[in-house]
Design a protein around this ligand. Structure first.
Ligand SMILES: Cc1cc2nc3c(=O)[nH]c(=O)nc-3n(C[C@H](O)[C@H](O)[C@H](O)COP(=O)(O)OP(=O)(O)OC[C@H]3O[C@@H](n4cnc5c(N)ncnc54)[C@H](O)[C@@H]3O)c2cc1C
Length: 444
């Protein structure tokens, strides 16, 4: 048995971790034990941990075919987005959707239907997936698409690995001229201005706000909004390489830092500096590489150790558009009063989700990290009540602690999803710690 956790390092669970190297071996991995597929372990909580067995899919990292005329690619599900970017970026192709880290697998990105900074206008990862080869709990291997096994396709996109193991996927890549983004920074003095700026950025391909969540009073919700577009080749200075490879993290956190390192004062000082430096870049647009633009946190390796041995929790909710400002204001106010939130919160605009259980709905998503302390759990329950009352939901890929009631209130397609799971897997072979906590029938 091996101790395994998600990126938040809570919970840490003893599991039988196996790493098959052939598709038949994936089947054997489910013999005699219930479990779930795992990608690169970037989900924060317990989604990528099997009930008894955890099946690491990272050995499946080959490209099956690529058509340079259309950008259509067939690949194995354990391939990392970072490898797609490094291999196909210089040839003028990037994934349509990337989350805030490039170190996720294609299988993990489909299972969470991950969103990027362009969800408001271009949708989630699943929108660009045309085919999935799935191994079900009963041991069948089936091809899924919008035409073939369409209900299972919709349940697998955003289904957190609970319909089976994704072995391969066919998806479309975006054609780009460069690996650069034309970025515009807009400082917002408070939440109202931040939401207005995000709404004003609806026509921008990419938009995101970084909120200083220790700012209070008139400054509550003080933010920097980053808008972005892919840069054309003729916009680059003559000496700039059109595409450079992503570098490995230049810094890494070598040990668990003591919990003292992150306190009200250090966070306040960091945020003040961050806001002032960002505000200085406001005004016209400038060029940034795709790597710091899309993946700012990838520059520091193992940054999850900053929170110490006890780990941390992320609370990521989405609040429907109507009434969102008031609810987000209330949430930020409670967080600022507590004073132990993370450095920065991220606020993004989302559009309609594509999968049955996809997280996005039209509105605003707010994500914040909190160090794991005894008092944080009841506090987050309080925030959940605000989210549920507003008709919102929490993101399963970031969750380690929401209650069944919160989950059920947020995901109205749950019954249909469970029906599809039962028909694919009547013996309950595909089960994760997350499914046990939130979805599986509770047996006495
Ligand atoms: C720094 C950071 C920033 C992030 N930013 C974003 C963001 O902006 N937007 C966003 O949407 N998410 C974001 N995430 C979350 C991350 O994108 C998702 O959790 C993603 O699912 C992780 O992929 P993974 O390969 O690491 O999968 P894991 O974490 O290992 O697993 C995640 C889920 O995918 C399932 N899964 C994995 N592989 C397979 C497979 N082959 N077949 C079936 N199921 C599978 C697992 O069972 C599990 O339910 C971020 C995470 C980090 C650490």
């Amino acid at each position: 048995m091996t101790l395994v956790s998600g990126w938040g390092r809570f919970p840490v669970v003893d599991t039988d971790l196996v790493r098959p190297r052939s598709f038949p071996a994936v089947g054997e991995a489910f013999a005699g034990a219930s479990g779930v597929a795992r990608g690169n372990g970037r989900a924060y909580g317990d989604a990528g941990i099997g009930l008894a067995r955890t099946v690491d899919m990272t050995a499946f990292d080959r490209v099956r075919s690529f058509d340079p005329d259309t950008g259509r690619i067939r690949l194995e599900a354990g391939m990392l987005l970072s490898d797609i970017i490094d291999t196909f970026g210089p040839r003028g192709f990037l994934p349509f959707v990337v989350p805030g880290t490039r170190f996720v697998t294609v299988g993990g990105a489909i299972a969470a239907d991950v969103h990027g900074k362009n969800h408001h206008c271009e949708g989630g990862f699943g929108r660009y997936v045309d085919g999935i080869l799935l191994r079900t709990g009963q041991g069948e291997t089936i091809e899924l698409s919008r035409d073939e096994n369409a209900d299972v396709f919709r349940a697998t996109v955003g289904g957190m690995g609970l319909t089976g193991v994704i072995l391969e996927a066919t998806m479309r890549l975006r054609r780009v001229e460069t690996g650069w983004i034309r970025e515009r920074v807009i400082p917002a003095a408070n939440l109202r201005d931040a939401v207005t700026a995000l709404d004003g950025g609806d026509s921008s391909t990419y938009s995101v706000a970084w909120i200083d969540c220790v700012a209070t009073g008139e400054n509550l919700g003080r933010s920097l909004i980053y808008l972005g577009e892919h840069a054309r080749a003729d916009e680059l200075p003559a000496d700039a390489a059109p595409f450079s490879r992503g570098r490995d993290p230049r810094l890494s956190v070598p040990v668990d830092l003591p919990s003292l390192t992150l306190n009200r004062y250090s966070v306040r000082a960091f945020n003040e500096l961050y806001y002032r430096m960002g505000a200085r870049r406001a005004g016209g647009s400038h060029l940034v590489s795709i790597f710091p633009y899309f993946f700012p946190l990838d520059g520091v390796g193992a940054w999850n150790r900053i929170y110490g041995r006890r780990g941390f929790l992320q609370h990521q909710c989405v609040i429907p558009q109507t009434g969102a400002r008031e609810v987000l204001g209330e949430i930020l106010e409670r967080i600022a009063r507590r004073g132990d939130a993370s450095f920065l919160a991220v606020l993004k605009k989302l559009g309609e989700g594509d999968g049955l259980m996809s997280f996005p709905l039209p509105g605003y998503t707010l994500a914040l990290d909190f160090p794991m302390t005894p008092s944080i759990l009841p506090f987050l329950d309080e925030l959940d009540r605000l989210v549920v009352a507003a008709g919102g939901r929490l993101y399963l890929a970031k969750d380690a602690r929401q209650s069944r009631a919160t989950f059920e209130a947020g995901y109205p397609a749950l019954q249909r999803f469970n029906g599809i799971r039962r028909s694919l897997d009547p013996d309950g072979k595909i089960r994760s710690r997350l499914s046990q906590r939130l979805l599986d029938e509770v047996r006495p």
